[in-house]
Write a protein that binds this ligand. Structure first.
Ligand code: 6GU
Length: 239
């Protein structure tokens, strides 16, 4: 007889792979080499691998881009290096999503971060210059993400943002104190204000309730402050 599914032990070790293809992978080294994400990598929960696109260049000069057909300023990343990169990396195991970071993609938000954090293997492609050949988007990319309505000089900083938002959600990455459940946006509410010592700093006092020791009152206060903050700063979140 099979046991209740609730009693089946969850795998205590699950790891996500995020592969990132970029012309300037150096831009991505620092964001993943400190603090929470570095710890996640050391614990084996998150495996972020950077892949310089130039290793799949079309010639010995390391060419990966070319002029846009039809003219106009700016270079376009070519099909050949990108598709060779995608195929070479996919040979190790299929990706759940092949994500192209682009200002004309779907707006990245907490809900998308939550959804992507449940996947096992992600491939991110950072565009540069004028972007990548449309045929790669049509044939190989499964998801296009933008981190906001402004233009960055390349997809790398956006990839770092997306990978950070996903990585911190993986089981075991955050501890109780830093739990993602109390983040802003997890329930469409902004997080309440926080304070630390001293209780009185240049006549600015910590709200009495927070030092009262009354946990029920504190929880109520936090809930109210969350609502108040959201109404004031982001009324759009509450519909
Ligand atoms: Cl994903 N890429 C670039 N280059 N610029 C952006 C972006 C992405 N999201 C917002 N701006």
């Amino acid at each position: 007889m099979r046991g209740c599914p609730c009693l089946v032990a969850l795998p205590y070790f699950c790891s996500m792979v995020i592969d990132i293809i970029s012309v300037v992978p150096e831009l991505l080294e620092s964001p993943f080499s400190h603090s929470i994400l570095q710890r996640a990598r050391e614990k084996g929960l998150l495996n972020i691998r950077l892949h310089p696109l130039r290793q799949w260049a079309v010639n010995a000069y390391g060419q990966v881009d070319d002029y846009a057909f039809g003219g106009g300023a700016g270079m376009v990343l070519m099909c050949e290096p990108l598709v060779r990169a995608i195929e070479a990396l996919s040979a190790e195991g299929a990706y759940d999503e092949v994500i192209y970071l682009t200002p004309d993609g779907e707006r990245f938000d907490q809900q998308t971060a939550n959804r992507l954090s449940l996947k096992g293997r992600l491939l991110m492609i950072c565009g540069h210059y004028k972007g990548i050949d449309q045929r790669v988007r049509d044939g190989w990319v499964t998801m296009e993400l933008s981190i906001g309505d402004y233009v960055l000089s390349g997809g790398e900083l956006a990839a770092a943002v997306v990978a950070d938002a996903i990585g911190r959600l993986l089981p075991g990455v955050l501890n109780d104190e830093t739990s993602a459940l109390t983040d802003s946006f997890q329930d469409n509410l902004l997080a309440p204000p926080v304070y630390t010592r001293p209780v009185d700093f240049r006549d600015r006092k910590v709200p009495d309730v927070l030092v009262s020791g009354d946990h029920k009152k504190i929880e109520e206060w936090r809930q109210e402050e969350s609502l108040r903050r959201t109404k004031e700063k982001r009324p759009d979140l509450q519909g």
